[in-house]
Design a protein around this ligand. Structure first.
Ligand code: GLN
Length: 482
């Protein structure tokens, strides 16, 4: 384990001393040279010369992200760089425009280093369903890095980029952050524009930072968040600078803050995970953090509600891949429309994606709509109300981010039910639209495990502050796997 340095501070150094930035670019590419063959974090990596050219230009402009290399999950559109969603159906798709968040990064001086691997269409928790092959966990290459933003997590953890972007529909930023020892933050729904992000489940999807510490996550939020006319679901959060708010936090901030442990969210986690994360919370309590235990029995239905809503929305979002507008296509002559569609979709999508399209169409069908989809929507409201009640006199809810450490490659794919259970801690925040963050809480047999803080929509600064105070108190941040 090696310590990095906050990118927030490095960015300041780069602005004063551009030659250091260039040195760091070489260091990152040396790491890639050494490790990428095995780890496979990237689907598309930009050549060093191109990146150097961009970095030099960005350093001249002395902007907040000048000289900073950002790895981007490959479901976020990048003009001129292919964007595959890790799917055969988009294998050669090159978007003609940048997602709003990519636009913002570029105009703040940030340089895109490459596009990272993910579970196909962001459906999964291991990065094993990618058409481009699996990504490995840098802490132990026999284990998965988590998912679906596994490539982005590995790029940060193995210092193959300075920071990364992920997307989180039911935990895809936080799960791989937990498994690789980095920070992963899913902002309140609507804080970050989804324009140009290839949709999985539109009412749950949110992009966010994957970084080495909480200050860096806040720093990246300064740049990517805010209202966007191209995405009508975005809201004006009114926060002038996340990083300035977070920079002034010290461990003393924990005194008198209250976090809630919801019993049902701890019961399903492995014993050693519970003891490691509880031990972490004990350290925070020694600084004056108050902890309340509560029960919320309905919360166990989050997972079912999530899989109904996510697959329903996916079935509609993925209808556009029919081999005509873009992506995989072939000569349609001699085939009926149905035959053609069936062939393209049958060959272009992987098993997990097809399963979800079928499931999602089923729960939306006239005969089953009430029984599944409507019920799931009601559950969403029950969760929101219950959590509003629980958080009336508390700042955040704390859970282990994942019920286990990173599984071995191949282990949970065999049993999809177990794979879905990996999301039990994370999906609730997406269903209520609230902010959630995972930060490193310790190691079990050499593999990292994260603690998650989440809260109601709009409470982003509250959870970022608690997370920042916690990482400073415990010293478990800026961890690199190399
Ligand atoms: N593992 C969850 C799923 O497969 C979450 C994925 C995500 O957040 N993109 O749906």
């Amino acid at each position: 384990m090696r310590r990095g340095a906050s990118i927030y501070r490095q960015a300041q150094i780069f602005r004063e001393n551009p030659s250091e930035a260039l040195e760091e670019v070489y260091k990152v590419y040396e790491n890639i040279e050494k490790k990428e063959n095995i780890l496979k974090a990237y689907i598309t990596l930009r050549p060093l010369e191109d990146v150097l050219k961009d970095v030099r230009k960005s350093l001249e402009s002395k902007k907040p992200l000048s000289g900073i290399l950002i790895a981007v999950k490959d479901n976020i559109s990048t003009e001129g760089i292919r964007t595959t969603c890790a799917s055969k159906i988009l294998e050669n798709y090159v978007p003609p425009y940048d997602a709003t968040i990519i636009n913002r990064i570029k105009s703040s001086g940030g340089v895109i280093i490459g596009k990272t691997n993910l579970d196909e269409f962001a459906m999964g928790s291991t990065t094993e369903t990618s058409f481009f092959g699996i990504t490995r966990n840098p802490w132990n290459i026999d284990h998965v890095p988590g998912g679906s933003s596994g490539g982005s997590a590995v790029a940060v953890s193995a210092y193959m980029a300075h920071m990364a972007l992920g997307t989180d529909t039911g935990g895809s930023i936080r799960n791989p952050a937990s498994y690789t020892g980095i920070v992963g933050y899913k902002p309140t729904y609507g804080f970050v524009s989804r324009y140009g992000i290839i949709a999985y489940a539109s009412s749950l999807d949110q992009a966010g930072p994957m970084t080495r510490d909480v200050l860096d996550a806040a720093f990246l939020m300064d740049i990517i968040s805010g209202k966007d006319p191209m995405d009508p679901t975005t809201i004006d959060h009114g926060i002038e600078s996340f990083s300035r708010e977070i920079e002034r936090i010290d461990p003393g901030y924990l005194r008198g803050r209250r976090i809630v442990l919801i019993r049902e969210l701890w019961e399903g986690a492995d014993r050693d995970v519970v003891s490691t994360v509880s031990g972490y919370i004990d350290k925070l309590m020694s600084e004056g953090l108050e902890v309340i235990e509560r029960s919320f029995p309905e919360i166990i239905y989050s997972l079912s509600a999530y899989y109904v809503i996510a697959t329903a929305e996916a079935s509609s979002n993925l209808a556009r891949y029919q081999g005509i507008l873009y992506g995989l296509s072939e000569d349609p002559s001699n085939k009926s429309w149905t035959e053609y569609m069936a062939k393209i979709r049958g060959e272009g999508f992987g098993r997990e994606v097809k399963k979800r399209i079928v499931l999602g169409s089923h729960v939306l069908s006239a005969a089953y709509y009430d029984q599944y989809y409507l019920k799931a929507l009601k559950m969403r409201r029950i969760l929101r109300r219950g959590l509003e009640e629980i958080l009336k006199d508390a700042d955040a809810i704390a859970t282990p981010t994942t019920p286990t450490t990173a599984p071995r490659i191949g282990e949970i794919r065999k049993d999809p039910y177990i794979m879905y259970l990996a999301d039990m801690e994370t999906v609730t925040a997406n269903l209520i639209g609230g902010p959630a963050i995972s930060i490193p809480a310790g190691f079990i047999n050499g593999l990292p495990i994260g603690i998650q803080f989440f809260s109601l929509p709009g409470k982003d600064l509250e959870i970022l502050r608690i997370a920042r105070a916690s990482e400073l108190k415990t010293g478990l941040h800026d961890i690199l796997s190399t």
